[in-house]
Design a binder for this molecule. Sequence first.
Ligand SMILES: Nc1ncnc2c1ncn2[C@@H]1O[C@H](COP(=O)(O)OP(=O)(O)OP(=O)(O)O)[C@@H](O)[C@H]1O
Ligand SMILES: Nc1ncnc2c1ncn2[C@@H]1O[C@H](COP(=O)(O)OP(=O)(O)OP(=O)(O)O)[C@@H](O)[C@H]1O
Ligand SMILES: [Mg+2]
Ligand SMILES: [Mg+2]
Lengths: 228, 228
Amino acid sequence: VVALKDVHKSYRAGDTELRVLEGIDLVIEPGEFVAIAGPSGSGKSTICNLLALLDNPNRGSVYFNDQNVEELGDRELSLLRNHHIGIVFQGFNLVQVLTAHENVMLPMEIGNTPVDKASSEAYRLLKEVGLEGFEHQRPQQLSGGQQQRVALARALATNPRLVVADEPTANLDTKTAMQIIDLMRNLNRDHGVSFVFATHDERLLQRVSRIIRLLDGLIVEDTMQEAA
Amino acid sequence: VVALKDVHKSYRAGDTELRVLEGIDLVIEPGEFVAIAGPSGSGKSTICNLLALLDNPNRGSVYFNDQNVEELGDRELSLLRNHHIGIVFQGFNLVQVLTAHENVMLPMEIGNTPVDKASSEAYRLLKEVGLEGFEHQRPQQLSGGQQQRVALARALATNPRLVVADEPTANLDTKTAMQIIDLMRNLNRDHGVSFVFATHDERLLQRVSRIIRLLDGLIVEDTMQEAA
Ligand SMILES: Nc1ncnc2c1ncn2[C@@H]1O[C@H](COP(=O)(O)OP(=O)(O)OP(=O)(O)O)[C@@H](O)[C@H]1O
Ligand SMILES: Nc1ncnc2c1ncn2[C@@H]1O[C@H](COP(=O)(O)OP(=O)(O)OP(=O)(O)O)[C@@H](O)[C@H]1O
Ligand SMILES: [Mg+2]
Ligand SMILES: [Mg+2]
């Protein structure tokens, strides 16, 4: 569903160049439930941004459904992202002036879903992530873990084929984290939604079926496992 | 060093009232290394804000060094916080337009430390949290876990007596998290700095000497343990 071919990414700061990704080859098939693990600063968020088509590599190519995304115009790319990809950012990135319910509706409205349908779907998703009763709070009135769950509900709003979630359980206690992982596991099994997580959280790492380990800008391990 | 006496905290949203803390009694002695655990939304961050003197309870009192903080004027309170309390926020709250180095210097400059001393201390602290080489990056040029560590370095900048850290390891891989926990454990043992963590992270919970559990706005457990 998404693939990186010999992808390099570096940042320039003045005249120094920081090489973050040094040649990444990575294929995510439909229906996968994969984690990308690695030390702080190793490039997990950078890979998430590339997989979610939010950023471009300096070298190498990104493919979505076997098409090189460089061939797509801005508008096509934007539509594709809105319809097919859900992203949970490490810092949540919720719109501060909108309520939780409005935040979750946003991608659906951008995708031209009728308002009444978007509204009931947003209520349903917020209930699914355990936030019934909090729909009309704004982000600063929500706890860290509650904001994290609004961000997940928003990522699921347009029924995407691929969800890229950067540390989706970092701010959750174990009981809530397990409920959230169950929710994602069910969407994966019953609806074939592909999930790619950037995470260091053992509770999530134990429940994925494939772990990709990053170190010094390269993939050093890519193994299948029996999900717990 | 800090204590909450029968503290109640609630938020009003329209005509509904959300009761978050329902009567909390909590004493933190000098030199303690304590964790506050509990489900997402249970009130951990709310307690952190009260302990760090950033917020006031609706009922009940907060004492710092045995003095009721209500007796302090705004200016006194502000000086006390700057000199004696370091806080790590769940969302980091770094100043986006300043570099990591400048962010760490900020509390020292506010406290009238000479610039050259503040500058070398900031470099030292950033090295201690593993960020040597990243001192001149701004927050958006840093990974989530790197930002988290800048926030910790900033909290330690004025040699505070009490550090209140809200989920300080949530965005860190295990190796880095252990280094950070070691750093805090050493400051605690060798310099008597009191640490209060709000966390659900098992890796940190195993290394504190006391765990306070929150549920439905009340403390349901307060036990000493052998730190790992
Ligand atoms: N805009 C930028 N300019 C310069 N350097 C950057 C920029 N964005 C990220 N970096 C650097 O790229 C490296 C990788 O960052 P990335 O956010 O992908 O790491 P990560 O694996 O997600 O880390 P964490 O686990 O701490 O979230 C880091 O060393 C970071 O400092
Ligand atoms: N300004 C506010 N207005 C209304 N409700 C608020 C406000 N701030 C926090 N709350 C509510 O207070 C409750 C406790 O929030 P708090 O941030 O202390 O929880 P927490 O234990 O830190 O959660 P987490 O583990 O998710 O970070 C939550 O249900 C939250 O929605
Ligand atoms: Mg990251
Ligand atoms: Mg919190």
